[in-house]
Design a protein around this ligand. Structure first.
Ligand code: ADP
Length: 258
């Protein structure tokens, strides 16, 4: 990326135009770098399951047809890795869409009933206690229903995966940081394994998984929180995470009501 060399102290119109041009080039360059990183991360993550599938297919080719036990093991692993690849591909598509789509349908979304709906489904699926504690009967924001539901599912799914006890979902009307922008704060609190302090800032990165999680074979992809963050940013909101190892984790989301 070539930029126009600027001499110090220039203030004329041409200088201003050149400075604007350089700023634009910086942004384009950053966008290219992000795309490049995205493609290289995705290829790297997809290479692992492909290598495993290749290995088991080779094993099947050599011995599988004669040895039933080997055959079963290979087929199970190939199936498992294929499912994982499908999940990675779907989540990458979701992320790309969130980062590149200009138009987004936003309507009034009532969060207490939406949380009830999502929690109800997860209670049935995972037989876990999820308490909803709202400050009001109705708490509304302006948002995309599908995306907000996906956001709640991602955070609650993590709380379920990384804890055994109950999960609390606390909803309150709030303002954005030090501003007067009105909205709703959602706190999703679990009492599980927690996240080590030095890894807290990294969990929103694409494909990042804390070692414990990787070892526990919880089947995640490391993309959930990146998608959650992209959704919150598309809604001009904020997301942060607080955690204490072996005590639990709290994800705090703010979504503006306009
Ligand atoms: P994953 O698919 O691995 O769950 P995420 O992007 O959703 O990916 O989360 C990234 C990592 O952050 C997880 O692998 C896990 O190590 C950690 N993490 C996320 N939520 C929690 C939680 N509620 N409790 C403990 N660790 C968590």
């Amino acid at each position: 990326f070539h930029k126009i060399p600027l001499t110090d102290g220039g203030k004329d119109e041409l200088y201003m135009m050149a400075a604007t041009f350089n700023r634009m080039m910086d942004r384009i360059e950053q966008s290219f770098l992000r795309q490049h990183q995205f493609v290289s991360d995705a290829s790297h993550e997809l290479k692992t399951p492909i290598t495993v599938i290749e290995g088991y297919a080779k094993m099947l080719q050599r011995w599988g047809l004669k040895d039933e036990k080997v055959g079963q093991e290979a087929v199970n692993s190939i199936y498992g890795e294929a499912v994982r690849m499908k999940a990675i591909a779907q989540q990458l598509l979701d992320l790309a869409k969130l980062e590149n789509e200009f138009e987004m349908v936003k309507t009034e979304v009532e969060l207490v009933s939406m949380c009830e709906e999502v929690a109800g489904m997860l209670r049935k699926l995972f037989h876990r206690e999820i308490r909803i504690i709202p400050s009001d009967n109705r708490l509304t924001i302006k948002g995309n229903r599908v995306q907000i539901k996906q956001l709640l599912m991602i955070i609650l799914d993590n709380a379920i995966k990384y804890s055994q006890k109950r999960i609390d979902l606390i909803l309150t009307s709030a303002t954005f940081g030090d501003t007067t922008i009105p909205g709703v704060e959602i706190r999703i609190k679990d009492y599980g394994i927690g996240i080590p302090r030095d890894e807290l800032t990294r969990v929103f990165e694409r494909f990042y998984r804390v070692d414990q999680a990787r070892h526990r074979k919880t089947g995640g992809t490391g993309l959930g929180l990146s998608i959650a963050r992209a959704i919150v940013h598309r809604h001009d909101g904020a997301i942060r995470i607080e955690s204490e190892e072996h005590e639990g984790t709290e994800v705090i989301v703010f979504l503006p009501s306009q």
